[in-house]
Design a protein around this ligand. Sequence first.
Ligand code: DGJ
Length: 520
Amino acid sequence: MPHLAVRHGVTQLIVDGRPFLIRGGELENSSASSLPYLNALWPKFIAMHFNTVIAPVYWQMIEPQEGRFDFTTVDGLLQGARAHHMHLVLLWFGSWKNSVSCYAPDWVKENEQRFPRAQLPDGRGLEILSSFSKTNLDADTAAFVALMRHLRAIDSAQHTVLMVQVENEIGMIPKARDYSPAANAAFNAPVPAALTTYLAAHRNLLGDEVGADWKEFGSKTGANWQDTFGSGPLTDNIFDAWSEARYTGAVAAAGKAAYPLPMYVNTALIPGGGRPLPELFGVWRAAAPAIDFFAPDIYFPNFAQWANRYQRVDNPLFIPESGRADAAQLGADAFYADAALYALGFSVYAPEKLTAGDQKTLGQAYEVLDELTPLILAGQMQARREIGILPSTTFNGTEDLKPLSYDLGDYTFTATFRRGWPPVPPGQTEPPIPGAHGGLILQLGPNDFLVAGTGMFLTFGVAGSGQEQAGIDSIWEGTFVHGVWTPGLNLNGDDDNQGRWLELPAGQFTIRRVKLYRYR
Ligand code: DGJ
């Protein structure tokens, strides 16, 4: 079975006995609804060097009538993936998709007596199934279990499907919680002991807002939500997280009982409601132990900041959706996530809709990652054998282009993102290298390193030494062909500025192998 394994403190996805690094794209929402349409896309995904496609399974399409399942589109999806040597991560578009229940079957949508909706404070219904209804939970669970049983039947030998995302971007809108009578009753009832017991047991570990909030109000047990957490907006978020996580965790647990693939929940990175933002991880963990991890959908320029918040001892990083950036930036982000944060993988949203130019650029970045994957995965197991490089960027997109330095082995690597030559007149700043900046460094031997990425210069020093200096013995461009390093040009003279630096040119993703030496 595909599974998650923690080795040397790092969680990896293991597929057929070997660690696996996802290079993927998540289909645009509608793309898996028509097999002829989908089948035309596979060649594009191959050209982009994907090894995995993340694809929705729509509740309304697989259960058009209650209890009658039709897996035609799922079967076609698996057949297409297999024919193109591709793996799949499936998205369960069940009760909630971007908070709303738009993928519930008609027989659910049209019967709100039986399948109650969440409500606004004034009693108006929302197109959101209430997480307080056991009928809703049972209906979603029955469909999800049918899907997982079907996967067991058709895929337990081949392992085309690697993981499953349960629901999609959960979290109440426009209010942070449900105000239906059942929800209000729960809000005024005691906080379940399972949550306060979890908070008590993880008191020192949590160090987060929820733990602090609980402490501030006296670490109460057996009191209602407002008495336990106060009457601010955080209480509504905790309450919503608890109810939606209980529901989603129950769906996941039942699905795992049928076919135990790793299961995760993705997060829209916007505040308000119970979505698993890092401050609500504890609530989610207490409520939904069957969920293996929480995955951020990163559409903001401050990629590194968000990715770092989701890489924790108790949470491996996986980026199911990224976008709203140019393709070279997405490529640079992928390098950083895989090498610096030991991600399970990286995926771009709606790759089939990218321009031909962006598809080409992303494909080039993924091709380099493909060649380096065995080394990246091995490096994840050996602390301090690999480095990921990405200049930090603020939420509004301002990139900080000051040089970044990293120690690896005996050497210090300094990445510079501004033009290095010819020198600018005193008092002026070198212009930025155009385009995206980022990449990785992998140590092969004491003096032997691979660097890959885009848009930067690297200079070298001796780590921790005031006396010794580092020089370049050689720089080779090259590729890995069937896992074997195959050098191209030896980059010398003008191409390494007479031994002063290594360049990873802008606008493309390349690999360089550099041999360093020390001198006084
Ligand atoms: C996040 C959702 O999870 C996706 O399904 C899709 O709606 C994107 N947003 C669109 O940007």
